[in-house]
Design a protein around this ligand. Structure first.
Ligand code: NI
Length: 172
């Protein structure tokens, strides 16, 4: 947090299949895995290009019988475009690899549509809701130079992870 690359709008990618983008995707993946994150954007590794990746959450039965959303398959998006599908928002906890040691309660659109290209040159067009929609909005914000504390409406819920032992750790 505070690095200039994280604060500015990232540059579009001319060719999603170019070798430098393939290398960027590998670097992002290595960093995300090493840091134990479930999502990452290129500006978080100091590269101001419009590339994000995240694990697509899957709904699963939790041990308590409730439905939990867990990290599923990896999705990589070049030049993503994001639109909300309704005005409805919900507040939930987020962490970020670029804001270490902290978590915050962030309002996000419940339902979004995102499009973009894969590094293989395929077009993606997906509607997402819940945690899936939250993850996409968080990563897309990184391309606009926005970190989650800027989206928060109640700064009393910006807390040290160590002070909040009931929340699961999923960095974005
Ligand atoms: Ni983040």
């Amino acid at each position: 947090m505070g690095h200039p690359t994280l604060l500015r709008r990232a540059e579009p990618v001319a060719d999603p299949c170019a070798p430098d983008i393939q290398a960027l995707v590998r670097d992002m993946h290595d960093t995300m895995e090493a840091e134990g994150g479930i999502g990452i954007a290129a500006p978080q590794i100091g590269v101001s290009r419009r590339v994000i990746m995240f694990h697509v959450p899957e709904i699963r039965d939790g041990e308590d019988g409730e439905m939990d959303e867990c990290a599923g398959p990896l999705r990589v998006l070049v030049n993503p475009v994001l639109t909300s599908l309704s005005e409805d928002q919900e507040v939930d906890w987020e962490g970020c690899l670029s804001v270490p040691g902290l978590r915050g309660a962030v309002p996000r659109y419940v339902s979004v549509r995102y499009t973009g290209q894969t590094p293989e040159g395929e077009t993606v067009d997906i509607c997402a809701d819940g945690f899936h929609a939250r993850v996409v909005q968080h990563e897309f914000d990184h391309l606009e130079g926005v970190l989650y504390p800027q989206r928060m409406t109640d700064m009393r819920s910006l807390v040290f992870t160590a002070a909040q032992d009931t929340q699961e750790e999923s960095e974005l």
